[in-house]
Design a protein around this ligand. Structure first.
Ligand code: AMP
Ligand code: MN
Ligand code: MN
Ligand code: MN
Length: 275
């Protein structure tokens, strides 16, 4: 079994990179990638632990690209975690998030809700501060009844205190992944465009930018969706990737080792990824 899209405590997952490698092994995975958001800091431990438990492992990353409609996340597989240009790229994204968080604080102050940086950071603990932590701070103050309401009223795209952060273009994401010797894979494709025909057109455009694969097997997708994605992959000469998007406790419905990937696809993926 293969899983090429997972998160650890290096971004918004609950298992450390070492725990994740052990959990993958225990779940019956034979090939696994760690793909934390916008950073490579968990990869050394993950690769080391995977080798210790006898699990083939790939260094990965998940980048959020700037698109006008929908959400485009691109997973890089087999990247060199020591690539200095990729490190600089990640730092730029990280700084963009910190700067965006300050603008969200100012937006709340302007609305007469003076949240403090410390108050929000307390919910993040060791993690990067994300909008979820702003939502938790609002909930703790009793200003909203749920995290969902916090997103609806204040933090979701287009809401009162929503502020965007720096996002690299799709071309730049693909180019950086290739320069770091990785393959670029579109994650959870239906978040870009839910209609299969329209999605096919957008995938074709990304193909011309060098996209290598798209996730056809994904935790949230049923058989019909997977078939649509396999058709899109085949028409565009992209390899069919498989990733659960495992996060541990933050997304408790997603588990490791449960994707319905045919044996032949596993063999194809292993070959494409150099195993
Ligand atoms: P950020 O990267 O700081 O912009 O925040 C992204 C985080 O917010 C991710 O963990 C998303 O899962 C979460 N998020 C985005 N939209 C919503 C929503 N409507 N309800 C709950 N969580 C959301
Ligand atoms: Mn995540
Ligand atoms: Mn994603
Ligand atoms: Mn993910």
């Amino acid at each position: 079994m293969i899983d090429l899209h997972t998160h650890s405590t290096a971004s918004d997952g609950s298992l450390t990179p070492r725990e994740l490698a052990r959990a993958g092994k225990a779940a019956g995975l034979t090939l696994m990638a760690l793909t934390d958001h916008d950073n490579v800091s968990g990869l050394a431990d993950f690769i080391d632990e995977a080798a210790a438990v006898g699990l083939d492992a790939l260094s990965g990353i998940e980048l959020s690209a700037d698109v006008s409609a929908g959400q485009l996340h691109i997973v890089g597989l087999g990247i060199d975690p020591a690539d200095p240009v990729l490190a600089g790229f990640c730092e730029r994204i990280l700084n963009g998030r910190a700067e965006r968080n300050e603008r969200i604080l100012r937006a709340f102050a302007d609305e007469g809700i003076p949240l403090t940086r410390e108050e929000v950071a307390a919910f993040a603990g060791d993690e990067l501060i994300s909008r979820v932590h702003f939502a938790q701070a609002l909930l703790a103050r009793g200003l909203v009844a749920s995290v969902a309401e916090a997103f609806e009223r204040y933090l979701g795209k287009g809401a009162l205190c929503y502020r965007d952060r720096y996002r690299p273009s799709p071309a730049e994401c693909i180019e950086r992944i290739h320069a770091a010797h990785g393959l670029a894979v579109m994650a959870h494709p239906f978040t870009l465009e839910p209609d299969p025909a329209a999605l096919g057109e957008r995938v074709a455009a990304l193909r011309t930018l060098g996209l290598d694969g798209i996730e056809c097997y994904y935790s949230a997708y049923g058989t019909g969706q997977t078939l649509d994605l396999l058709r899109i992959a085949s028409r565009n000469g992209l390899f069919p990737s498989a990733g659960s998007d495992f996060h541990g406790t933050p997304k408790p419905d997603i588990c490791l080792g449960a994707l319905p990937i045919p044996e032949a696809t596993c063999a194809l993926l292993r070959e494409r990824l150099g195993f």
